[in-house]
Design a protein around this ligand. Structure first.
Ligand code: ADP
Ligand code: ZN
Length: 593
Protein backbone atom coordinates (compact mmCIF):
# COMPACT_ATOMS: atom_id res chain seq x y z
CA UNK A 1 0.00 0.00 0.00
CA UNK A 2 3.02 2.27 0.23
CA UNK A 3 2.35 3.72 3.69
CA UNK A 4 5.05 4.27 6.21
CA UNK A 5 3.11 3.27 9.31
CA UNK A 6 -0.28 2.25 10.44
CA UNK A 7 -2.60 4.88 11.71
CA UNK A 8 -4.18 4.78 15.16
CA UNK A 9 -5.73 1.38 15.85
CA UNK A 10 -5.32 0.02 12.32
CA UNK A 11 -2.66 -2.50 13.41
CA UNK A 12 -4.66 -3.60 16.48
CA UNK A 13 -7.81 -4.09 14.44
CA UNK A 14 -6.01 -6.00 11.71
CA UNK A 15 -4.41 -8.36 14.27
CA UNK A 16 -7.74 -8.83 15.96
CA UNK A 17 -9.51 -9.79 12.74
CA UNK A 18 -6.69 -11.94 11.42
CA UNK A 19 -6.94 -13.89 14.67
CA UNK A 20 -10.53 -14.70 13.70
CA UNK A 21 -12.45 -12.38 16.03
CA UNK A 22 -15.18 -9.90 15.19
CA UNK A 23 -15.24 -6.17 15.85
CA UNK A 24 -17.12 -2.92 15.66
CA UNK A 25 -14.84 -0.23 14.30
CA UNK A 26 -15.54 3.49 14.58
CA UNK A 27 -13.19 5.70 12.68
CA UNK A 28 -13.67 9.14 11.24
CA UNK A 29 -14.08 9.52 7.51
CA UNK A 30 -10.68 9.34 5.90
CA UNK A 31 -9.34 7.54 8.98
CA UNK A 32 -8.44 4.47 6.97
CA UNK A 33 -11.23 2.03 7.71
CA UNK A 34 -10.87 0.06 4.50
CA UNK A 35 -7.33 -1.04 5.30
CA UNK A 36 -8.73 -2.74 8.42
CA UNK A 37 -10.48 -5.33 6.30
CA UNK A 38 -8.37 -5.20 3.14
CA UNK A 39 -5.22 -6.43 4.84
CA UNK A 40 -6.96 -9.27 6.74
CA UNK A 41 -8.64 -10.14 3.44
CA UNK A 42 -5.19 -10.79 1.99
CA UNK A 43 -3.81 -12.52 5.06
CA UNK A 44 -6.65 -14.93 5.70
CA UNK A 45 -7.49 -17.81 3.39
CA UNK A 46 -10.58 -17.36 1.25
CA UNK A 47 -12.43 -14.32 -0.07
CA UNK A 48 -13.49 -11.33 2.01
CA UNK A 49 -17.11 -10.34 1.56
CA UNK A 50 -17.61 -6.58 1.86
CA UNK A 51 -21.19 -5.39 2.19
CA UNK A 52 -21.54 -1.79 1.11
CA UNK A 53 -24.66 0.16 0.17
CA UNK A 54 -22.79 2.52 -2.10
CA UNK A 55 -22.22 1.61 -5.68
CA UNK A 56 -19.86 4.50 -6.34
CA UNK A 57 -17.73 3.54 -3.39
CA UNK A 58 -17.53 -0.10 -4.42
CA UNK A 59 -16.30 0.83 -7.84
CA UNK A 60 -13.79 3.26 -6.42
CA UNK A 61 -12.34 0.80 -3.95
CA UNK A 62 -12.22 -1.90 -6.57
CA UNK A 63 -10.32 0.37 -8.95
CA UNK A 64 -7.91 1.37 -6.20
CA UNK A 65 -7.26 -2.25 -5.24
CA UNK A 66 -6.73 -3.31 -8.83
CA UNK A 67 -4.11 -0.59 -9.09
CA UNK A 68 -2.27 -2.56 -6.42
CA UNK A 69 -2.78 -5.86 -8.30
CA UNK A 70 -5.22 -7.10 -5.68
CA UNK A 71 -8.02 -9.30 -7.04
CA UNK A 72 -11.19 -7.40 -6.25
CA UNK A 73 -14.66 -7.63 -7.74
CA UNK A 74 -18.09 -6.22 -7.11
CA UNK A 75 -21.70 -7.16 -7.65
CA UNK A 76 -24.34 -4.46 -7.84
CA UNK A 77 -27.38 -3.33 -9.76
CA UNK A 78 -25.40 -1.15 -12.18
CA UNK A 79 -23.67 -4.15 -13.79
CA UNK A 80 -24.69 -6.23 -16.76
CA UNK A 81 -25.69 -9.87 -16.30
CA UNK A 82 -22.57 -10.97 -18.13
CA UNK A 83 -20.32 -8.95 -15.87
CA UNK A 84 -21.91 -10.20 -12.67
CA UNK A 85 -21.85 -13.73 -14.05
CA UNK A 86 -18.10 -13.51 -14.60
CA UNK A 87 -17.51 -12.06 -11.18
CA UNK A 88 -19.62 -14.76 -9.53
CA UNK A 89 -17.68 -17.45 -11.39
CA UNK A 90 -14.39 -16.03 -10.16
CA UNK A 91 -15.83 -15.87 -6.66
CA UNK A 92 -16.94 -19.51 -6.79
CA UNK A 93 -13.51 -20.59 -7.98
CA UNK A 94 -11.91 -18.74 -5.07
CA UNK A 95 -10.11 -16.39 -7.46
CA UNK A 96 -11.01 -13.18 -5.62
CA UNK A 97 -9.39 -11.59 -2.60
CA UNK A 98 -12.34 -9.29 -2.02
CA UNK A 99 -15.90 -9.18 -3.24
CA UNK A 100 -17.98 -6.02 -2.74
CA UNK A 101 -21.70 -6.51 -2.74
CA UNK A 102 -24.87 -4.50 -2.01
CA UNK A 103 -26.90 -5.56 1.05
CA UNK A 104 -30.04 -6.53 -0.87
CA UNK A 105 -27.96 -8.88 -3.04
CA UNK A 106 -26.28 -10.69 -0.18
CA UNK A 107 -29.51 -11.84 1.34
CA UNK A 108 -30.96 -13.30 -1.86
CA UNK A 109 -31.35 -17.10 -1.58
CA UNK A 110 -29.22 -17.70 -4.68
CA UNK A 111 -26.34 -15.66 -3.34
CA UNK A 112 -26.55 -17.23 0.11
CA UNK A 113 -26.24 -20.62 -1.53
CA UNK A 114 -23.04 -19.57 -3.24
CA UNK A 115 -21.76 -18.26 0.08
CA UNK A 116 -22.34 -21.68 1.61
CA UNK A 117 -20.06 -23.23 -1.00
CA UNK A 118 -17.05 -20.88 -0.83
CA UNK A 119 -14.47 -20.13 1.79
CA UNK A 120 -14.99 -16.74 3.42
CA UNK A 121 -12.00 -14.91 4.86
CA UNK A 122 -14.18 -12.42 6.67
CA UNK A 123 -17.38 -10.42 6.40
CA UNK A 124 -17.03 -6.65 6.48
CA UNK A 125 -20.12 -4.48 6.85
CA UNK A 126 -19.48 -0.93 5.73
CA UNK A 127 -21.66 1.97 6.88
CA UNK A 128 -22.82 -0.27 9.71
CA UNK A 129 -24.88 2.50 11.32
CA UNK A 130 -27.48 1.83 8.60
CA UNK A 131 -28.60 -1.19 10.62
CA UNK A 132 -29.81 1.01 13.47
CA UNK A 133 -33.21 2.62 13.65
CA UNK A 134 -31.67 5.09 16.02
CA UNK A 135 -28.95 5.96 13.52
CA UNK A 136 -29.58 8.71 11.03
CA UNK A 137 -29.63 6.62 7.91
CA UNK A 138 -31.59 3.48 8.64
CA UNK A 139 -31.89 1.02 5.75
CA UNK A 140 -34.33 -1.86 6.04
CA UNK A 141 -32.05 -4.00 3.83
CA UNK A 142 -29.48 -3.89 6.57
CA UNK A 143 -31.66 -5.56 9.19
CA UNK A 144 -31.39 -8.90 7.45
CA UNK A 145 -27.60 -8.84 7.71
CA UNK A 146 -27.91 -10.13 11.27
CA UNK A 147 -28.77 -13.48 9.69
CA UNK A 148 -25.35 -13.61 8.04
CA UNK A 149 -23.82 -13.80 11.49
CA UNK A 150 -26.09 -16.68 12.41
CA UNK A 151 -25.35 -18.52 9.19
CA UNK A 152 -21.57 -18.04 9.32
CA UNK A 153 -20.74 -17.88 13.00
CA UNK A 154 -17.12 -18.90 12.47
CA UNK A 155 -16.29 -16.15 9.97
CA UNK A 156 -14.87 -12.98 11.54
CA UNK A 157 -17.20 -10.05 11.09
CA UNK A 158 -16.13 -6.46 11.01
CA UNK A 159 -18.74 -3.68 11.22
CA UNK A 160 -17.34 -0.27 10.32
CA UNK A 161 -18.81 3.20 10.48
CA UNK A 162 -17.80 6.82 10.82
CA UNK A 163 -20.86 8.00 12.69
CA UNK A 164 -22.57 6.32 15.57
CA UNK A 165 -23.50 7.76 18.92
CA UNK A 166 -23.79 5.50 21.97
CA UNK A 167 -27.34 4.18 21.36
CA UNK A 168 -26.50 3.47 17.72
CA UNK A 169 -23.40 1.53 18.73
CA UNK A 170 -25.39 -0.56 21.17
CA UNK A 171 -27.90 -1.38 18.49
CA UNK A 172 -25.26 -2.37 15.94
CA UNK A 173 -23.71 -4.79 18.45
CA UNK A 174 -27.09 -6.28 19.32
CA UNK A 175 -28.26 -6.76 15.76
CA UNK A 176 -24.98 -8.22 14.54
CA UNK A 177 -24.35 -10.14 17.72
CA UNK A 178 -20.99 -8.50 18.36
CA UNK A 179 -19.47 -8.25 21.81
CA UNK A 180 -19.52 -4.62 22.90
CA UNK A 181 -16.02 -5.02 24.34
CA UNK A 182 -14.73 -5.66 20.82
CA UNK A 183 -15.48 -2.06 19.88
CA UNK A 184 -12.60 0.01 18.55
CA UNK A 185 -13.08 3.76 18.61
CA UNK A 186 -10.35 5.63 16.82
CA UNK A 187 -11.23 9.17 17.76
CA UNK A 188 -13.70 11.16 15.77
CA UNK A 189 -11.61 14.24 15.43
CA UNK A 190 -10.88 15.60 11.97
CA UNK A 191 -8.17 18.10 12.89
CA UNK A 192 -7.68 19.28 9.31
CA UNK A 193 -11.28 20.49 8.98
CA UNK A 194 -12.02 24.05 10.04
CA UNK A 195 -15.59 24.53 11.29
CA UNK A 196 -17.48 27.77 10.78
CA UNK A 197 -21.15 28.46 11.46
CA UNK A 198 -22.64 31.88 10.81
CA UNK A 199 -26.13 33.37 10.85
CA UNK A 200 -27.84 33.23 7.49
CA UNK A 201 -28.55 36.57 5.85
CA UNK A 202 -31.15 37.35 3.24
CA UNK A 203 -28.66 36.82 0.48
CA UNK A 204 -27.00 33.63 1.64
CA UNK A 205 -25.68 32.88 -1.85
CA UNK A 206 -23.55 35.97 -1.65
CA UNK A 207 -22.20 34.88 1.73
CA UNK A 208 -21.30 31.59 0.12
CA UNK A 209 -19.67 33.14 -2.91
CA UNK A 210 -17.49 35.35 -0.74
CA UNK A 211 -16.42 32.35 1.30
CA UNK A 212 -15.49 30.31 -1.79
CA UNK A 213 -13.67 33.15 -3.51
CA UNK A 214 -11.74 34.01 -0.44
CA UNK A 215 -10.67 30.55 0.70
CA UNK A 216 -11.30 27.98 -1.99
CA UNK A 217 -11.00 29.55 -5.41
CA UNK A 218 -10.59 26.87 -8.04
CA UNK A 219 -11.03 24.01 -5.59
CA UNK A 220 -13.47 21.13 -5.37
CA UNK A 221 -16.36 21.39 -2.94
CA UNK A 222 -19.86 20.23 -2.11
CA UNK A 223 -22.70 22.60 -1.21
CA UNK A 224 -25.71 21.06 0.48
CA UNK A 225 -29.15 22.60 0.01
CA UNK A 226 -32.51 21.33 1.19
CA UNK A 227 -34.45 21.33 -2.06
CA UNK A 228 -33.80 20.11 -5.58
CA UNK A 229 -34.90 23.37 -7.05
CA UNK A 230 -32.43 25.27 -4.93
CA UNK A 231 -29.49 23.12 -6.06
CA UNK A 232 -30.23 23.89 -9.70
CA UNK A 233 -30.66 27.61 -9.18
CA UNK A 234 -27.57 27.82 -7.07
CA UNK A 235 -25.40 25.92 -9.54
CA UNK A 236 -26.56 28.19 -12.36
CA UNK A 237 -25.91 31.30 -10.31
CA UNK A 238 -22.44 30.14 -9.30
CA UNK A 239 -21.64 29.50 -12.96
CA UNK A 240 -22.66 33.01 -13.92
CA UNK A 241 -20.21 34.11 -11.25
CA UNK A 242 -17.40 32.26 -12.93
CA UNK A 243 -17.35 29.08 -10.86
CA UNK A 244 -17.45 25.57 -12.22
CA UNK A 245 -20.62 24.29 -10.53
CA UNK A 246 -23.09 21.46 -11.23
CA UNK A 247 -26.38 20.48 -9.60
CA UNK A 248 -27.06 17.01 -8.21
CA UNK A 249 -30.28 15.55 -6.82
CA UNK A 250 -32.34 12.40 -7.04
CA UNK A 251 -34.79 14.01 -9.48
CA UNK A 252 -32.23 14.50 -12.24
CA UNK A 253 -32.20 12.02 -15.04
CA UNK A 254 -29.92 9.10 -14.30
CA UNK A 255 -27.42 9.88 -17.05
CA UNK A 256 -27.17 13.53 -16.05
CA UNK A 257 -26.64 12.61 -12.43
CA UNK A 258 -24.03 10.09 -13.40
CA UNK A 259 -22.18 12.53 -15.60
CA UNK A 260 -22.16 15.25 -12.93
CA UNK A 261 -20.78 12.84 -10.40
CA UNK A 262 -18.16 11.66 -12.88
CA UNK A 263 -17.09 15.22 -13.58
CA UNK A 264 -16.82 15.95 -9.90
CA UNK A 265 -14.61 12.91 -9.43
CA UNK A 266 -12.50 13.20 -12.54
CA UNK A 267 -12.04 16.91 -13.14
CA UNK A 268 -10.19 19.29 -10.87
CA UNK A 269 -12.00 22.08 -9.04
CA UNK A 270 -15.63 21.14 -9.70
CA UNK A 271 -18.28 22.31 -7.22
CA UNK A 272 -21.47 20.30 -6.76
CA UNK A 273 -24.62 21.93 -5.40
CA UNK A 274 -26.54 18.98 -4.08
CA UNK A 275 -29.27 17.59 -1.91
CA UNK A 276 -28.25 14.94 0.59
CA UNK A 277 -28.71 12.42 -2.21
CA UNK A 278 -25.15 13.26 -3.12
CA UNK A 279 -22.12 12.15 -1.24
CA UNK A 280 -22.84 8.71 0.09
CA UNK A 281 -19.87 6.80 -1.16
CA UNK A 282 -18.11 9.75 -2.70
CA UNK A 283 -14.59 8.84 -1.92
CA UNK A 284 -12.85 11.80 -3.50
CA UNK A 285 -10.02 12.66 -1.13
CA UNK A 286 -9.41 16.25 -2.18
CA UNK A 287 -12.80 17.82 -1.55
CA UNK A 288 -11.60 21.08 -0.02
CA UNK A 289 -14.86 22.37 1.39
CA UNK A 290 -18.34 21.29 2.35
CA UNK A 291 -20.86 24.10 2.71
CA UNK A 292 -24.38 23.94 4.11
CA UNK A 293 -26.85 26.54 2.92
CA UNK A 294 -29.52 24.88 5.05
CA UNK A 295 -29.11 23.32 8.45
CA UNK A 296 -29.03 19.51 8.53
CA UNK A 297 -31.52 17.73 10.83
CA UNK A 298 -28.97 16.24 13.23
CA UNK A 299 -25.36 16.45 14.29
CA UNK A 300 -24.77 12.94 12.91
CA UNK A 301 -25.94 14.02 9.47
CA UNK A 302 -23.92 17.22 9.69
CA UNK A 303 -20.80 15.41 10.80
CA UNK A 304 -21.08 12.80 8.11
CA UNK A 305 -21.63 15.40 5.40
CA UNK A 306 -18.85 17.71 6.57
CA UNK A 307 -16.64 14.64 6.88
CA UNK A 308 -16.51 14.39 3.10
CA UNK A 309 -14.09 17.31 3.13
CA UNK A 310 -10.38 16.66 3.39
CA UNK A 311 -10.15 12.89 3.43
CA UNK A 312 -6.55 13.33 2.37
CA UNK A 313 -5.75 15.07 5.66
CA UNK A 314 -4.98 18.44 4.07
CA UNK A 315 -6.56 21.68 5.34
CA UNK A 316 -10.25 21.89 4.45
CA UNK A 317 -13.35 23.80 5.52
CA UNK A 318 -16.78 23.05 6.76
CA UNK A 319 -18.89 26.15 6.45
CA UNK A 320 -22.55 26.66 7.27
CA UNK A 321 -25.15 29.40 7.44
CA UNK A 322 -28.34 28.81 9.39
CA UNK A 323 -31.43 30.61 10.62
CA UNK A 324 -34.40 30.01 12.84
CA UNK A 325 -36.34 29.47 9.61
CA UNK A 326 -34.25 26.34 8.97
CA UNK A 327 -35.15 25.05 12.38
CA UNK A 328 -38.83 25.67 11.79
CA UNK A 329 -38.79 24.00 8.39
CA UNK A 330 -37.16 20.88 9.80
CA UNK A 331 -39.46 20.81 12.76
CA UNK A 332 -42.44 21.12 10.47
CA UNK A 333 -41.15 18.23 8.43
CA UNK A 334 -41.03 16.04 11.52
CA UNK A 335 -44.56 17.04 12.52
CA UNK A 336 -45.90 16.33 9.04
CA UNK A 337 -44.14 13.01 8.76
CA UNK A 338 -45.66 9.58 9.23
CA UNK A 339 -43.29 8.83 12.07
CA UNK A 340 -44.54 7.44 15.35
CA UNK A 341 -44.69 9.74 18.38
CA UNK A 342 -41.57 8.24 19.87
CA UNK A 343 -39.64 8.52 16.63
CA UNK A 344 -40.71 12.16 16.34
CA UNK A 345 -39.40 12.71 19.82
CA UNK A 346 -36.04 11.23 18.80
CA UNK A 347 -35.88 13.43 15.71
CA UNK A 348 -36.75 16.60 17.67
CA UNK A 349 -34.14 15.76 20.22
CA UNK A 350 -31.55 15.44 17.46
CA UNK A 351 -32.65 18.68 15.86
CA UNK A 352 -32.31 20.55 19.13
CA UNK A 353 -28.81 19.17 19.49
CA UNK A 354 -28.01 20.63 16.09
CA UNK A 355 -29.32 24.07 17.04
CA UNK A 356 -27.34 23.93 20.25
CA UNK A 357 -24.21 23.26 18.22
CA UNK A 358 -24.91 26.21 15.93
CA UNK A 359 -25.42 28.55 18.84
CA UNK A 360 -22.52 27.43 20.98
CA UNK A 361 -20.01 30.10 21.92
CA UNK A 362 -17.39 27.50 22.80
CA UNK A 363 -15.03 25.43 20.70
CA UNK A 364 -17.11 23.70 18.02
CA UNK A 365 -14.84 20.69 17.91
CA UNK A 366 -15.37 20.18 21.62
CA UNK A 367 -19.11 20.25 21.11
CA UNK A 368 -19.00 17.85 18.14
CA UNK A 369 -16.69 15.34 19.75
CA UNK A 370 -18.63 15.55 23.00
CA UNK A 371 -21.68 14.56 21.04
CA UNK A 372 -19.95 11.33 20.02
CA UNK A 373 -18.88 10.67 23.58
CA UNK A 374 -15.29 11.72 23.09
CA UNK A 375 -13.68 13.92 25.68
CA UNK A 376 -11.86 16.82 24.18
CA UNK A 377 -11.19 20.18 25.64
CA UNK A 378 -10.59 23.09 23.36
CA UNK A 379 -9.49 25.50 22.20
CA UNK A 380 -8.76 23.66 18.96
CA UNK A 381 -7.67 26.87 17.23
CA UNK A 382 -9.29 25.61 14.06
CA UNK A 383 -12.93 26.62 14.41
CA UNK A 384 -14.55 30.03 14.16
CA UNK A 385 -15.17 30.31 17.90
CA UNK A 386 -11.55 29.53 18.74
CA UNK A 387 -10.06 31.71 16.03
CA UNK A 388 -12.23 34.71 16.83
CA UNK A 389 -13.84 34.10 20.24
CA UNK A 390 -17.35 35.51 20.24
CA UNK A 391 -18.09 38.50 22.37
CA UNK A 392 -20.19 37.02 25.17
CA UNK A 393 -21.89 39.45 27.53
CA UNK A 394 -24.56 39.55 30.13
CA UNK A 395 -27.78 39.49 28.12
CA UNK A 396 -30.31 39.30 30.95
CA UNK A 397 -31.90 42.66 30.22
CA UNK A 398 -32.19 41.90 26.51
CA UNK A 399 -33.74 38.54 27.30
CA UNK A 400 -36.20 40.19 29.70
CA UNK A 401 -37.26 42.70 27.06
CA UNK A 402 -37.84 39.95 24.54
CA UNK A 403 -39.62 37.59 26.91
CA UNK A 404 -41.88 40.39 28.20
CA UNK A 405 -42.85 41.31 24.67
CA UNK A 406 -43.73 37.70 23.96
CA UNK A 407 -45.78 37.67 27.12
CA UNK A 408 -47.59 40.95 26.48
CA UNK A 409 -48.48 39.94 22.94
CA UNK A 410 -50.08 36.77 24.36
CA UNK A 411 -47.50 34.30 22.94
CA UNK A 412 -49.29 34.36 19.63
CA UNK A 413 -46.73 35.90 17.26
CA UNK A 414 -43.59 34.82 15.47
CA UNK A 415 -40.14 36.33 15.84
CA UNK A 416 -40.58 38.90 13.04
CA UNK A 417 -43.56 40.63 14.65
CA UNK A 418 -42.20 40.46 18.21
CA UNK A 419 -39.03 42.15 16.98
CA UNK A 420 -41.06 44.81 15.16
CA UNK A 421 -42.73 45.62 18.48
CA UNK A 422 -39.36 45.83 20.25
CA UNK A 423 -38.03 48.11 17.55
CA UNK A 424 -41.17 50.27 17.68
CA UNK A 425 -42.10 49.74 14.03
CA UNK A 426 -45.39 51.08 12.83
CA UNK A 427 -46.51 48.11 10.72
CA UNK A 428 -50.01 47.12 9.67
CA UNK A 429 -49.89 44.20 12.09
CA UNK A 430 -48.85 46.46 14.95
CA UNK A 431 -51.80 48.75 14.20
CA UNK A 432 -54.22 45.90 13.77
CA UNK A 433 -53.40 44.47 17.19
CA UNK A 434 -52.76 47.85 18.83
CA UNK A 435 -49.34 46.70 19.85
CA UNK A 436 -47.97 50.23 20.07
CA UNK A 437 -49.78 50.27 23.40
CA UNK A 438 -47.73 47.36 24.72
CA UNK A 439 -45.32 48.62 27.39
CA UNK A 440 -42.27 47.21 25.64
CA UNK A 441 -43.09 48.88 22.32
CA UNK A 442 -39.91 50.49 20.98
CA UNK A 443 -37.70 49.64 23.97
CA UNK A 444 -35.32 47.48 21.94
CA UNK A 445 -33.70 49.99 19.61
CA UNK A 446 -30.22 49.29 21.00
CA UNK A 447 -30.07 46.24 18.74
CA UNK A 448 -30.62 45.88 15.03
CA UNK A 449 -33.15 43.56 13.46
CA UNK A 450 -30.43 41.02 12.75
CA UNK A 451 -29.13 41.15 16.29
CA UNK A 452 -32.59 40.58 17.74
CA UNK A 453 -32.95 37.53 15.54
CA UNK A 454 -29.74 36.28 17.01
CA UNK A 455 -31.08 36.83 20.55
CA UNK A 456 -34.20 34.84 19.64
CA UNK A 457 -32.12 31.97 18.26
CA UNK A 458 -29.87 31.88 21.28
CA UNK A 459 -32.78 31.85 23.71
CA UNK A 460 -34.49 29.11 21.72
CA UNK A 461 -31.30 27.05 21.65
CA UNK A 462 -31.01 27.50 25.42
CA UNK A 463 -34.62 26.38 25.97
CA UNK A 464 -35.59 29.75 27.43
CA UNK A 465 -37.99 30.40 24.60
CA UNK A 466 -39.75 27.98 22.31
CA UNK A 467 -41.20 28.10 18.85
CA UNK A 468 -44.66 26.61 18.57
CA UNK A 469 -44.55 24.91 15.22
CA UNK A 470 -48.18 23.87 15.36
CA UNK A 471 -49.04 27.51 16.13
CA UNK A 472 -47.47 28.95 12.95
CA UNK A 473 -44.13 29.62 14.58
CA UNK A 474 -45.45 31.65 17.51
CA UNK A 475 -42.86 32.28 20.20
CA UNK A 476 -43.86 30.93 23.59
CA UNK A 477 -42.45 31.09 27.07
CA UNK A 478 -41.05 27.98 28.77
CA UNK A 479 -40.44 26.93 32.35
CA UNK A 480 -37.04 28.55 32.11
CA UNK A 481 -38.47 31.94 31.13
CA UNK A 482 -39.94 32.87 34.48
CA UNK A 483 -36.79 32.94 36.62
CA UNK A 484 -35.23 35.23 34.03
CA UNK A 485 -38.18 37.59 33.90
CA UNK A 486 -38.05 37.77 37.68
CA UNK A 487 -34.33 38.42 37.66
CA UNK A 488 -33.51 35.20 39.53
CA UNK A 489 -31.34 33.82 36.71
CA UNK A 490 -29.02 35.60 34.34
CA UNK A 491 -28.31 34.81 30.68
CA UNK A 492 -25.12 35.21 28.74
CA UNK A 493 -25.53 36.10 25.08
CA UNK A 494 -23.22 36.30 22.14
CA UNK A 495 -23.26 39.63 20.41
CA UNK A 496 -23.22 39.02 16.71
CA UNK A 497 -21.72 42.39 16.01
CA UNK A 498 -18.90 41.34 13.79
CA UNK A 499 -20.38 38.54 11.82
CA UNK A 500 -17.59 38.05 9.36
CA UNK A 501 -15.35 35.59 11.11
CA UNK A 502 -11.95 35.54 9.63
CA UNK A 503 -10.20 32.28 9.15
CA UNK A 504 -6.63 32.37 10.23
CA UNK A 505 -3.80 30.01 10.78
CA UNK A 506 -4.33 27.83 7.77
CA UNK A 507 -1.45 25.74 6.63
CA UNK A 508 -1.03 25.31 2.93
CA UNK A 509 -2.20 22.29 0.96
CA UNK A 510 -0.30 23.60 -2.00
CA UNK A 511 3.35 22.77 -2.37
CA UNK A 512 5.81 25.37 -1.14
CA UNK A 513 6.22 28.35 -3.47
CA UNK A 514 8.82 27.50 -6.06
CA UNK A 515 7.43 23.98 -6.44
CA UNK A 516 4.00 24.86 -7.72
CA UNK A 517 4.81 24.88 -11.41
CA UNK A 518 6.17 21.34 -11.12
CA UNK A 519 3.06 20.36 -9.17
CA UNK A 520 0.86 21.59 -12.00
CA UNK A 521 3.01 19.76 -14.51
CA UNK A 522 2.70 16.51 -12.54
CA UNK A 523 -1.01 16.99 -12.25
CA UNK A 524 -1.28 16.94 -16.01
CA UNK A 525 0.50 13.60 -16.17
CA UNK A 526 -1.67 12.21 -13.39
CA UNK A 527 -4.79 13.25 -15.29
CA UNK A 528 -3.45 11.70 -18.48
CA UNK A 529 -2.78 8.36 -16.79
CA UNK A 530 -6.18 8.50 -15.11
CA UNK A 531 -7.84 9.07 -18.48
CA UNK A 532 -6.01 6.15 -20.04
CA UNK A 533 -7.49 3.87 -17.40
CA UNK A 534 -10.84 5.66 -16.95
CA UNK A 535 -10.32 6.13 -13.24
CA UNK A 536 -10.34 9.36 -11.22
CA UNK A 537 -6.93 11.07 -10.84
CA UNK A 538 -6.66 10.36 -7.10
CA UNK A 539 -6.79 6.63 -7.77
CA UNK A 540 -3.44 7.05 -9.51
CA UNK A 541 -1.87 9.16 -6.76
CA UNK A 542 -3.42 11.28 -4.00
CA UNK A 543 -2.65 14.99 -3.64
CA UNK A 544 -0.41 14.26 -0.69
CA UNK A 545 1.84 12.12 -2.86
CA UNK A 546 1.83 14.67 -5.63
CA UNK A 547 2.67 17.56 -3.30
CA UNK A 548 5.51 15.54 -1.81
CA UNK A 549 6.74 14.67 -5.30
CA UNK A 550 6.79 18.33 -6.32
CA UNK A 551 8.63 19.31 -3.17
CA UNK A 552 11.16 16.49 -2.93
CA UNK A 553 11.77 16.25 -6.69
CA UNK A 554 12.90 12.58 -6.76
CA UNK A 555 15.37 11.77 -9.50
CA UNK A 556 15.78 8.04 -8.91
CA UNK A 557 13.41 5.13 -8.37
CA UNK A 558 14.74 4.74 -4.84
CA UNK A 559 13.89 8.33 -4.03
CA UNK A 560 10.52 7.88 -5.71
CA UNK A 561 9.74 4.80 -3.61
CA UNK A 562 10.25 6.88 -0.46
CA UNK A 563 7.32 9.18 -1.29
CA UNK A 564 4.21 8.72 0.85
CA UNK A 565 1.60 6.61 -0.91
CA UNK A 566 4.07 4.89 -3.24
CA UNK A 567 4.28 1.12 -2.76
CA UNK A 568 5.95 -1.52 -4.85
CA UNK A 569 3.19 -1.92 -7.43
CA UNK A 570 2.73 1.77 -8.07
CA UNK A 571 6.47 2.26 -8.20
CA UNK A 572 6.67 -0.30 -10.99
CA UNK A 573 3.67 1.07 -12.80
CA UNK A 574 4.28 4.79 -12.66
CA UNK A 575 7.74 5.47 -11.28
CA UNK A 576 9.49 5.86 -14.60
CA UNK A 577 6.79 7.98 -16.18
CA UNK A 578 6.79 10.47 -13.35
CA UNK A 579 10.60 10.55 -13.18
CA UNK A 580 10.62 11.29 -16.89
CA UNK A 581 8.08 14.06 -16.40
CA UNK A 582 10.23 15.58 -13.67
CA UNK A 583 13.33 15.38 -15.89
CA UNK A 584 11.44 16.97 -18.81
CA UNK A 585 10.19 19.72 -16.57
CA UNK A 586 13.64 20.49 -15.26
CA UNK A 587 15.19 20.53 -18.73
CA UNK A 588 12.42 22.80 -19.94
CA UNK A 589 12.71 25.24 -17.06
CA UNK A 590 16.53 25.54 -17.39
CA UNK A 591 16.13 26.12 -21.14
CA UNK A 592 13.67 28.89 -20.58
CA UNK A 593 15.85 30.69 -18.02
P1 ADP B 1 -12.38 5.74 5.34
O1 ADP B 1 -13.00 4.56 4.65
O2 ADP B 1 -12.09 5.52 6.78
O3 ADP B 1 -13.07 7.03 5.09
P2 ADP B 1 -10.19 5.14 3.64
O4 ADP B 1 -10.01 3.75 4.05
O5 ADP B 1 -10.81 5.43 2.32
O6 ADP B 1 -10.96 5.96 4.75
O7 ADP B 1 -8.79 5.89 3.75
C1 ADP B 1 -8.69 7.28 3.62
C2 ADP B 1 -7.36 7.69 3.05
O8 ADP B 1 -6.31 7.40 3.95
C3 ADP B 1 -7.05 6.94 1.77
O9 ADP B 1 -6.56 7.87 0.83
C4 ADP B 1 -6.01 5.93 2.20
O10 ADP B 1 -5.17 5.64 1.12
C5 ADP B 1 -5.28 6.65 3.31
N1 ADP B 1 -4.67 5.76 4.32
C6 ADP B 1 -5.24 4.71 4.93
N2 ADP B 1 -4.38 4.13 5.81
C7 ADP B 1 -3.23 4.84 5.77
C8 ADP B 1 -1.95 4.76 6.45
N3 ADP B 1 -1.70 3.83 7.36
N4 ADP B 1 -1.03 5.68 6.13
C9 ADP B 1 -1.27 6.64 5.21
N5 ADP B 1 -2.43 6.77 4.53
C10 ADP B 1 -3.42 5.90 4.79
ZN1 ZN C 1 -12.34 25.18 18.39
Amino acid sequence: FGYENFRTLQAEIIDHIVAGRHALVLMPTGGGKSLCYQIPALLRAGTALVVSPLIALMKDQMDALRQLSIRAGCINSSMSIVESGQTMDAFRRGDLDLLYVAPERVMSPAFLQVLDSVRLALIAIDEAHCISRWGHDFRPDYLALGQLRVRFPGVPCLAVTATADAPTRREICERLNLLPEYTFVAGFDRPNIQYTVIPKRKNSRLQLLQFIRRWHAGEAGIIYCRTRNRTEKLARWLCTNGLNALPYHAGLEHTVRQSHQERFLHEEGVIVAATVAFGMGINKPNVRFVAHLDMPPSIEAYYQETGRAGRDGLPSSSWMVYSLGDWMALNGRITDSEMSESQQWVERHKLNGMVGYCETTHCRRESLLGHFGEEYSGPCNNCDNCIAPPDVRDGTVLAQKLLSTVHYTNQRFGAAHVIDVLLGKDTAKVQQHQHHQVSTFGIGTELSLRQWHSVVRQLVAAGILMVDVAGFGALRLTKASLPILRGLHTVKLRHDLAITHDQKGRESKQPQPGHRALFKHLRVLRKQIANEQSVPPYIVFGDRTLVAMAEMVPRTLTAFAALPGVGKVKLDRYGNRFLQAIADFEAWSTDSK
